[in-house]
Design a binder for this molecule. Structure first.
Ligand code: ADP
Ligand code: MG
Ligand code: MG
Length: 894
């Protein structure tokens, strides 16, 4: 005969039918209870119905037939253990019915307490406990909880009864026996009215309905939504814990509490939490009565406090992690009801991890694995301070770059630049439909950006993350009237110069001037943790840095070099733009020479500063990349300029020339147009100027005693022929520079791989380069045929409907783009085993993408300075290949 599967596992009073290794079966709550009873920690005895029963239920539509018998036997055991009997009017056994999966999951069924109590057993409970108050209070709680959760009676109707009773009868938050009787009477009436039936006063029936309701709640809409949102499998299922009640509502020396073994916001080592006397479970979070701190138990019940602190410290030692625990005191006797790894803020996660290494509780490796790399931005970015003000929420957009910004409204980049010229000006927030490369100067001066259009990877978002500034995009409800310098959200109107506050971590937009909490950049624990990554990481993290200031930040953050310096950002400076425009407007190579000669010393000066700052680490400089029209004004702007200028023949001629050139350079699809290496090939004099500037700068700083091996990177290569042509050109310029300087230095020439053709033909391109760096932004655009700046509307639709698992511009698409990269790397290494390979797109700062890149055996990732610490931590975690536990703070959640 086949023995039927086992579904029920007991714990408590010296019995433990299971152990911690069976977590998937027991759920987290159940596993914690079993483990605590194994450690001889006082827990009320009970049993767990495993997740296998839940699986059975969803497969067959009924609970397993053998389960009823198992539950019956376990209830029998529980009654004997407690010296009581379930469904017995004289000496009733009460239980709680609790849900619990292996993942903590709000949205599932709430716990029901006092199951087994009925009108006929109230007197029995009175003689058992000696308190009429306790018995009546427990019964009214049962009716409230059971009816709302299991019988679907509108919670509002039940709450309304209790609110009125409290208003009319309570003294000091407590109800008299008569008031409780009245409450019970009215609650039962609500149930009868709502369901057409009397409240089920039979214990067996209550238990069966409650168990079934817990299991069914696994697939209710709220729970399914939560799982989808958090990528949790629907197959896990929930366990059900049935546990003997201990009474926190038995009087002044009873109560219920929740706590943490360490402070979940700061990480400080102290027992932290709250206790509410004469209360049951949910009272403490409901806010109806104000709890006291656990520390105050030291005075009121020192013996209980001593025991509790010893137990929770034992739990922390056992699990080697911060615990979040729930307990109940019944007439000065302590019971633990739950323990689990605590959710904590990023600061607390870092601090507790580092402290626990010092306490010899965990290893450095484990400490590194315990911090979510993405949460580091929480420590390093300013946050809005809500403790001192009650802000008005205007609307919510897409949280595109974390941190917060508070400032005065400006409606264009030019306006920001103008307003920033005022001495002692307030911080400024740039608000526009979207931003483009031309806005970079205003963006550099603004504290944060808000755009009505765009998504998490639009221009504003990318620039903001690069600059480590706060940004909200896609705030669809905002209507901007640029001409009138106002914006409207619903019936609210804000003017230029008004205060606005942005929370880039949540996308919330508030009117007015909120306070800002400064970032904790010098966080010592974080510094320590990052120091430990040095010994572990197998992958270097470099910075995308365009200016010497970026380089300083990159070094402070621990970058191992610069992986991408975009030279064009140096072209947008106000004193340079005229020369750049003159160069573009020149009609012949000869005419182009003069402005290029003006630009050369400026670029050279920038490169020298970068090389000095980064010495002896590598610096990769990319040759000019964007289409030239980006440096010219728009036709409208040119017209406006002409109107403001004195109308001379010369001005008109200039205007005509400019507009002709703008028209000539206009492309229908600039992303695929005359840009990248195509510029260097058609205007070799630009390439010449840039290579000269790079190598002369390197020679100068080497003469000063610094160390550098410049890396010259060519963008948008599609074919080996392009690369071969350019390599010859670059080497030729180099030999001229060296001859002129009377010394030669080593330098590297490399390519970006950002076109699918380049990826596929990488083995042929490899013969002409010393390194290759994947520009994963463009590679993603080109592979998907998807414009990063224009796609937010349907991309968001795709994400909402699960047609794309995640935004491919945020987390690399492994299947498509990832496969191309794999093909390319194989080709590159086949031809050139020594080749250095890196990543320099936005993905270089995304932990999930970094994990993937590491499997391909690349040498480095490069990301914006603001994301370097995150990337370093992610890179160090790879060698361990396990994930963090801490999440966003959610304090006191039960
Ligand atoms: P949640 O998952 O919402 O935290 P729990 O199952 O942990 O739900 O129950 C919430 C609270 O109910 C517990 O913290 C505890 O205070 C109380 N509780 C649950 N079971 C019992 C019990 N057997 N005896 C006393 N209180 C209980
Ligand atoms: Mg590119
Ligand atoms: Mg709980």
């Amino acid at each position: 005969m086949v023995r039927s599967e086992r579904y029920v596992y007991r714990f408590g009073n010296g019995v433990a039918d299971a152990d911690d290794s069976m977590r998937a079966l027991l759920g987290n709550k159940g596993a914690g209870l079993v483990q605590m009873s194994r450690l001889s920690i006082p827990v009320p005895p009970g049993f767990i119905i495993g997740t296998n029963a839940c699986h059975h239920y969803f497969k067959h539509g009924t609970l397993p037939p053998s389960l009823t018998k198992e539950i019956k036997a376990a209830m029998q055991w529980l009654g004997e253990t407690m010296g009581r009997e379930f469904n017995n009017a004289q000496n009733p056994l009460l239980v709680s019915v609790r849900s619990g999966s292996v993942v903590s999951m709000p949205g599932m069924m709430d716990t029901i307490l006092n199951v087994g109590l009925s009108q006929s057993s109230i007197d029995g409970l009175v003689s058992q406990s000696g308190s009429t108050q306790l018995a009546l209070d427990s019964y009214r709680r049962l009716i409230q909880m059971f009816s709302a959760v299991v019988l679907d009676v509108p919670k509002g109707d039940l709450d309304q009864v209790m609110t009125a009773i409290y208003a009319n009868h309570s003294s000091g938050g407590l109800l008299s026996d008569d008031a409780l009787r009245e409450a019970i009477h009215q609650l039962r009436a609500v149930v009868l009215r709502s369901t057409g039936e009397e409240f089920p006063d039979n214990g067996d029936q209550q238990l069966q309905l409650a168990i079934q309701a817990v299991i069914e709640s696994w697939s209710n809409e709220r729970a399914r939504f939560y799982r989808r949102l958090n990528g949790i499998s629907d197959d896990l299922g929930t366990a059900v814990t049935v546990q003997a009640m201990v009474m926190g509502n038995a009087g002044a020396e009873s109560g219920t509490g929740v706590g943490f073994t360490r402070n979940p916001s700061t990480g400080e080592k102290e027992i932290f939490g709250e206790f509410l006397a004469n209360a049951q479970g949910e009272d403490i979070v409901s806010g109806a009565r104000t709890p006291v701190s656990i520390a105050s138990l030291k005075r009121s019940m020192p013996d209980v406090y001593e025991e509790l602190s010893a137990i929770v410290m034992q739990l922390e030692q056992h699990y080697r992690d911060v615990q979040d625990f729930e307990f109940t005191v019944e007439n000065r006797k302590l019971f633990l009801l739950q323990t689990r790894s605590a959710k904590r803020s990023a600061i607390a996660a870092v601090r507790t991890a580092v402290d626990m290494v010092a306490e010899n509780l965990i290893t450095k490796d484990e400490a590194i694995s315990r911090v979510n790399p993405a949460s580091i931005s929480e420590i390093l970015a300013p946050q809005l301070d809500f403790t001192t003000s009650y802000p008005t929420l205007l609307t919510t957009g897409i949280a595109a770059s974390p941190g917060a910004a508070v400032g005065r409204i400006a409606f264009s980049s030019a306006e920001v630049v103008r307003m920033a010229k005022q001495p002692d000006h307030d911080p400024l927030i740039l608000i526009s439909h979207e931003t483009t490369a031309e806005d970079i100067h205003g963006m550099a001066l603004a504290a944060g950006f808000l755009t009505a259009h765009g998504g998490a990877t639009s221009h504003a978002a990318v620039v903001a993350r690069g600059m480590g500034k706060c940004c909200i995009t896609g705030a669809k409800e905002i209507v901007i009237d640029k001409a009138a310098s106002v914006l409207r959200i619903g019936d609210q109107t804000l003017h230029k110069g008004d205060w606005i506050s942005l929370d880039g971590s949540t996308g919330r937009i508030f009117s007015g001037q909120l306070l800002l909490r400064a970032p904790d950049e010098k966080n010592e624990a974080l510094q320590t943790l990052l120091d430990w990554t040095k010994d572990i990481a197998t992958l270097d993290v470099r910075a995308n840095a365009d200016t010497p200031l970026d380089a300083v930040q990159a070094r402070i953050a621990g970058a191992r070099g610069i992986g991408l310096c975009r030279t064009e950002h140096m072209f947008f400076a106000p004193e340079r733009l005229p020369h750049v425009r003159a160069m573009i407007l020149a009609s012949s190579t000869e005419d182009r020479q003069a402005p290029l000669e003006q630009l050369l010393p400026m670029q050279q000066h920038d490169f020298e500063a970068l090389f000095r700052e980064m010495s002896p680490l590598p610096v990769t400089i990319r040759l000019l990349d964007p289409p030239l029209h980006e440096f010219l004004p728009s036709l409208d702007e040119a017209r406006a300029d002409l109107e403001n200028a004195a109308i001379t023949n010369r001005e008109v001629r200039k205007f005509k020339q400019l507009t002709e050139r703008i028209q000539a350079l206009t492309e229908i699809n600039p992303m695929m147009g005359h840009r990248g290496c195509r510029l260097s090939i058609t205007y070799p004099e630009i390439l010449e100027m840039q290579v000269k500037a790079i190598l002369q700068a390197a020679i100068n700083v080497i003469r000063e005693g610094y160390k550098t091996v410049p890396e010259i990177m060519v963008p948008l290569i599609a074919s080996a022929e392009e690369m071969s042509w350019l390599r010859k050109r670059i080497d030729h310029v180099a030999s001229e520079v060296f001859a002129h300087a009377g010394m030669s230095i080593p330098y590297l020439v490399g390519t970006m791989i950002e076109l699918p053709r380049a990826a596929i033909c990488a083995h042929t391109i490899a013969q002409y380069v010393d390194f290759a760096s994947f520009g994963t932004n463009d590679l993603t655009q080109m592979t998907f045929g998807l414009s990063r700046d224009d796609s937010s509307v349907f991309l968001n639709h795709y994400l909402e409907h699960g047609i794309l698992p995640s935004d491919p511009f945020v987390t690399l698409d492994r299947e498509g783009v990832g496969n191309l990269i794999r093909i390319a790397i194989n080709g590159l290494r086949e031809t050139n085993p020594e080749i250095k390979i890196g990543i320099c797109g936005e993905h270089g700062g995304d932990p999930a993408s970094i994990h993937f890149f590491s499997t391909l055996g690349i040498d480095y990732v490069s990301c914006s300075p603001a994301r370097i610490r995150t990337a370093r931590l992610a890179a160090a975690q790879i060698s361990r290949n396990d994930s963090h536990i801490s999440e966003m703070p959610s304090l006191m959640a039960t």
